[in-house]
Design a protein around this ligand. Structure first.
Ligand code: ADP
Ligand code: MG
Ligand code: ZN
Length: 633
């Protein structure tokens, strides 16, 4: 792009120079300049037909050679000979022009009168020339220079297309088409996106029963997990026009440009429907309007965001325009964007687990010459916490290393070193967990899972994972109640607390020490226990006795406030809460000690596979004795 621009500026310069050169050549060829002396001689000779006299120059016309020959008698005059050579090679009835640099000469007019030369005044340089030369040209050059500089800076507008969106249609790039085959390890996200592609390819089929196409789809996930890649794959697969623009491109330095771009983008999209509009890094425009310093002047971004909201509301999805967006900061997005009718469907693009990483390694190794000793499973096992971009980076680095060492094939040692380099270069080293930490996390999560699984009223354990997630969590155990519950019994609450404490209990049993990893569990467990005592009146010593103010505050979900309490009551509350927690912790510990062998198996499986689903969980822990609850057990 930049190169082409440079190229065209060169064209302009050459064209202008040529123009000037041509004009200069043409004019000078046509009109010979003669000296003042010669000019007077020609007048006296009677060879001049008419002149125009300006301040600095005189231009004039000779009579045609034919009439000169007829009228001039003194053919021996030196001026006659000179004129002869000047006019000789031209057609005899053409009147040749000439120009002279003007001198101060009071007798010129009478001389002209005497020889019957027609004369007039001359306003030098007409307005058009002046205008062009002194106004248009410099302006033109300035604009050219300006646009050029902006281009070089890599930002800024194309001079010609201020308000135009710069959305690229990249489905047309047939040669380097990216398809779902290039996206690995995020199968769930691919599956959801595939549905949308199907919808666009065949809207009638899906609308037959009144189904509505989703209007906006938001891809959410940490950086480098393949959100942009996934969108490109959609473009490659969809077979419909695909407009792609990055959020940061909307936010320009000129007021109103962002909003104009949005308008233009949607106008284009509507014309090309069915199609997909993809807004990458939407957080650049979609940041919450409430957040941020008040005086920072983000009006421009806000206008853009408002325009986007207006446009999204303003068309209906049955026309076949689907808007996709990607972000790694869903937390900062303006809530208005997530409202129904806008980006109401979210697709999580998460960090890949072990199998996912194997698949991603395989994708990026497809075109690499590999030595026989390359063990993809081992590589994937050595890179917990890596995202797709990291793995792509490892493969590239390994290829470079092998080439530098003059090898024909990339072997395991190259990959090993590449991993070390990439780890060293990661901005977020805390996400790459060391072996000991991984073990702790594995036992901790196994503890949650095992306790939750064996408790009579524990929530359904759907999945255990030690793939790091979000900002803080190093692993998670997915426990979902099988049904929506509005009433919870005392036993159920106690079991909730117990399974929350299962993680820490497992750490203590296995490692004889505890870590900070359980902070969030303990916070949640304590909150439930406090509510049991304060709100639900479930304690032994203060039963059926509400100790909190009923919630009269206008804000929903505000935490219950304590009534005015005597010191003694406050003490009893604290003791009660402590007792509940202690009891639950003891139960969790007992369960873990009782099933120590199974904890061991589960933790080892986790270390190996990173994710254990319900089916495998059942095969490790045995059929549940108490679940599902609907059995009435
Ligand atoms: P994001 O947009 O989520 O930050 P990108 O899509 O830009 O991440 O990923 C950067 C690069 O990393 C991709 O071009 C691709 O080479 C590689 N990559 C990321 N995720 C994957 C994946 N799931 N499968 C294969 N390659 C991936
Ligand atoms: Mg991206
Ligand atoms: Zn935990």
């Amino acid at each position: 792009m930049e190169k082409r621009w440079k190229f065209s500026i060169l064209y302009y310069l050459i064209a202008i120079l040529l123009l000037f050169g041509f004009q200069y050549w043409f004019v000078s060829k046509q009109i010979p300049e003669i000296s003042y002396k010669e000019f007077k001689d020609y007048v006296q000779l009677g060879a001049v037909d008419e002149v125009a006299i300006g301040e600095t120059k005189i231009v004039g016309k000779f009579k045609s050679w034919k009439s000169i020959r007829e009228t001039v008698s003194d053919t021996t005059h030196p001026a006659y000979q000179k004129l002869k050579t000047l006019l000789k090679r031209r057609p005899p009835d053409v009147q040749l022009g000439f120009k002279v640099v003007a001198l101060e000469d009071k007798e010129l007019l009478s001389l002209l009168e005497d020889h019957d030369v027609n004369y007039r005044g001359l306003v030098e340089s007409n307005w058009f020339e002046t205008f062009l030369l002194y106004w248009v040209l410099p302006f033109f050059f300035l604009i050219l220079l300006w646009g050029y500089l902006f281009r070089r800076m890599g930002t800024g507008p194309n001079v010609m297309t201020f308000g135009k969106s710069r959305a690229k249609i990249f489905a047309e790039d047939v040669k380097n088409k990216i398809t779902f085959k290039d996206v690995a390890g995020i199968d769930e996200a691919v599956q959801e996106v595939r549905e949308i592609v199907e919808f666009l390819k065949n809207p009638a089929k899906y609308q037959r029963l009144g189904g509505k196409m989703p209007k906006g789809v938001l891809l959410v996930g940490p950086p480098g997990t393949g959100k942009t890649l996934l969108a490109k794959a959609v473009a490659g697969e969809a077979g419909v026009p695909f407009f792609s623009i990055s959020g940061s491109e909307f936010v320009e330095m000129f007021v109103g440009v962002g909003a104009a771009r949005v308008r233009d983008l949607f106008a284009q999209a509507k014309q090309k429907a069915p199609c997909i509009v993809f807004i990458d890094e939407i957080d650049a425009i979609g940041r919450s309007r409430a957040a941020g310093p008040i005086l920072s002047g983000h009006d421009e971004r806000e206008n853009t965001l408002n325009q986007l909201l207006v446009e999204m509301d303003g068309f209906d999805s049955s026309k076949g325009v689907v808007i996709m967006a990607a972000t790694n900061r869903p937390d900062v997005l303006d809530p208005a964007l997530l409202r129904p009718g806008r980006f109401d469907r979210q697709i999580v693009v998460d960090r890949p687990d072990l199998n996912g990483r194997i698949a991603i390694f395989e994708v990026h190794m497809r075109h690499l010459p590999l030595a026989d000793d390359v063990d993809v499973k081992l590589l994937a096992a050595q890179t917990p916490g890596f995202v797709g971009a990291d793995i792509a980076n490892v493969c590239n680095e390994a290829a470079l290393l092998a080439a530098r060492r003059g090898k024909d094939r990339i072997d395991m040692s190259d990959f090993q070193e590449a991993i070390e380099r990439v780890v060293a270069g990661l901005k977020k080293p805390n996400k790459v967990i060391n072996e000991q930490e991984r073990r702790v996390v594995a036992y901790h999560e196994s503890g949650h899972a095992l306790v939750g699984y064996y408790l009579p009223h524990g929530d359904y354990v759907a999945k255990v994972s030690i793939v790091p997630r979000g900002v803080a969590a190093l692993g998670y155990t997915l426990q979902t109640p099988l049904e929506d519950r509005y009433l919870l019994t005392r036993e159920e609450l106690l079991d909730k607390i117990t399974s929350l404490l299962g993680g820490r209990a497992a750490e203590e049993v296995v490692f004889q020490t505890i870590s900070t990893g359980a902070a969030n569990d303990i916070e949640r467990a304590t909150e439930i226990a406090r509510n049991m005592v304060l709100v639900y009146g479930m304690s032994k010593r203060l039963p059926n006795f509400s100790l909190s103010e009923t919630d009269k505050s206008p804000f929903l979900g505000a935490p219950p406030r304590e009534k005015f309490l005597s010191d003694k009551t406050a003490q009893i509350i604290d003791q009660e809460v402590q007792e509940i927690i202690d009891d639950c912790y003891r139960r969790a510990r007992d369960l873990i000690i009782q099933h120590r062998d199974k904890l061991e198996t589960l933790a080892q499986t986790l270390l190996e596979k990173e994710v254990v689903d319900r089916k495998e969980l059942e095969s490790i822990l045995g059929k549940p004795q108490h679940q599902p609850k609907s059995d009435g057990a």
